[in-house]
Write a protein of this length. Structure first.
Length: 239
């Protein structure tokens, strides 16, 4: 990675994408963000994005000059063709196909393709995403094999070499919290707790130790469980 390179970060406003944004800011000379409005039920995550970007620039002066423009794309068609718990009023349960009803078919495939298209215009050859195989719900478009194949196809189709970085691919949520602390200390951990959104139900009515959420959906379970393990581990280290 070259400090003069530009990276495009898939930035939803959630915990994982915020850690990935910090990871990219720590490594690249210029970092831009891209988000997607596809009619998701937890659309409140999009409202968090500007606050997170602003606080990152204010609280981490070493990253201020590296944080470039934000891009928000509207992919209404994805929501219209998706019969899922993230685009309809449905419960999150395991479907007959062995995947949870929160799986939005084609979502990450489209996100990466659009991010690369914007990156092509912005001379950003590095793409950064928070996909993960360790703590995930079985989504096939989060798998390392899928993403490598897609990145290769994008590079061939645009006749420009893109490199995809997935810093969270092989770590769990406890390690994601630890990465945040390593990148930005308690200030970044506090920002993630207070200002990011992960809850699938879009619930920001109650603040838990790990942040806001319904404390019932799979996303909240992962975030809460990882936070508890990280705190316990960090406390043990301190002792």
């Amino acid at each position: 990675m070259n400090k003069s390179d530009t990276a495009m970060v898939l930035f939803s406003g959630g915990q994982d994408s915020t850690v990935c944004l910090a990871w990219a800011l720590d490594r690249f000379g210029s970092v831009e963000t891209i988000g997607f409005d596809y009619g998701q039920s937890h659309k409140v995550e999009l409202d968090c994005r500007a606050t997170i970007r602003s606080k990152l620039a204010e609280s981490f002066p070493q990253w201020t000059d590296r944080l470039g423009p934000d891009h928000l794309l509207h992919l209404n068609a994805l929501g219209e063709i998706s019969e899922t718990a993230l685009t309809r009023d449905q419960e999150i349960v395991m479907g007959e196909n062995g995947l949870p009803t929160s799986f939005v078919p084609g979502r990450n495939l489209l996100f990466l393709t659009y991010a690369a298209a914007v990156g092509y215009r912005r001379s950003a050859s590095h793409l950064v995403g928070g996909m993960c195989e360790t703590d995930f719900s079985g989504y096939p478009d989060c798998r390392d094999e899928t993403l490598k194949a897609l990145t290769n196809a994008i590079s061939l189709g645009m006749d420009r070499q893109f490199t995809l970085h997935t810093p969270l691919m092989w770590i769990d949520k406890q390690e994601t919290w630890a990465m945040a602390a390593e990148l930005g200390g308690q200030a970044l951990v506090d920002l993630i707790v207070e200002d990011t959104h992960t809850c699938y139900k879009g619930d920001r009515t109650y603040r838990h130790a790990w942040g806001y959420g319904c404390n019932e959906c799979p996303a909240c379970d992962l975030r809460a469980g990882g936070f508890t393990k990280w705190v316990e581990h960090a406390s043990g280290k301190a002792v």
